[in-house]
Design a protein around this ligand. Sequence first.
Ligand code: SF4
Length: 421
Amino acid sequence: MFYINPPRGKIPLYITEECVINRLQYLNLLYNKEECKFSGKFQYLLEDSPYDNIGHFTLRLLVSTTPESWNHWLTRERLLLRHRLNHLLPRQLHRLFRNILRRSKNYDRHEAACIKLSLITLSAHFLRPDVFRHIISDEHTTGCDLFPFKVIFTAVPDLVKERKLQLERGYCVVHCSMWKIVLESLFHRLIQLEYNIYKTDMQNTVRMDSRLQLMSQRLTKSILTPKIESNANITALNIDNEARKFPPCMRHLHLVLRKKHRLSHYARFYYSLFLKDCGMNLDNSIAYWRDEYSKPHTCESGCTHKWQESEKKFIYSIRHLYGLEGARVNYGSPNCQTIFNADPGPRYEGGCPFKILDNEQLKDVFNSCLIDDDIQRELIKLKGENAGAACGLFLQATNDDKSHVVVQSPLEYYIHVNKHI
Ligand code: SF4
């Protein structure tokens, strides 16, 4: 819980992933004061367990790739420490001080010497039987100053800056009622200091291991992409109407599915997530895919799966996308950048039309949407420079909308159209 040394040993990758995902989920809920909604696996979050350590140190490594994701994570880790300190039993608290004392003595980074010394002073002070009995007793109240101790001021500059501690000849006087905020500040300082020193090494470790790199990309994307939500209600019955408001990439997938009754794996994955985020609930999603996959496939579809033969598998995979099976990850729909970069193979029917279609093919799409020749020319010019801006102009032209948008994700496109019609 006060993480000083990373764990050793071997662990399967999928468990590491589960530790990380569950931890991040819990940290976010805690930050939003919704921790009671946590539905993941608590065994990965038990204080001081191997899983708890693995989750913390792996996340620390994965978020080191960008300052934004690092700050996002560290704020929440600090909050988790505060939350845990507020709920410790006396026995656990005693063990915590013992662990901090033991681990700090073995900690040998000279850059963090003053933090190490302060941790040793603090834990040794509170392990004194009279002090420990006092802090767990009823007489120890908020503002209690019966058992003060001192730490060097450079170890807790944030508390000095906020005038939370009194200065005395280069030392801060810490009253016994202040132990939690001092411990929290030392925790934050120690992790931040290690990041400042080892940032490049951490980033190289992630970059050189494709498994870590993939996990890190997913995490930073989920951390840095602001959540936008649609209030629409797409059902298996109204989807043909709603698809008129989809961006060209998703409208194309809808039309392919209607025509061939099948989609390749990644096209199905992206399109299902898009529908989920647009507001299609689980039952309607199952009904929609069942309708199509129950029909005979066309020979050029490349997929021969039938709903009747693999119903359980289909339902499981849809529930999985809704975060109800497996690691219970709530996957988000792809943004434009993900669609631009996707290269899942020759059978893939998806992609951004502004990137993958040539001018003649695009003109066919524009003509089918009755777009003026002038706008068509502008769209063709824009698509080479900025596909998102071309998509925004397409949105204007097909919806009689005057607002200028640079589309960042298919979901954003759909929400925008819904707001302005
Ligand atoms: Fe889809 Fe984005 Fe391309 Fe628009 S710009 S078609 S939303 S991928």
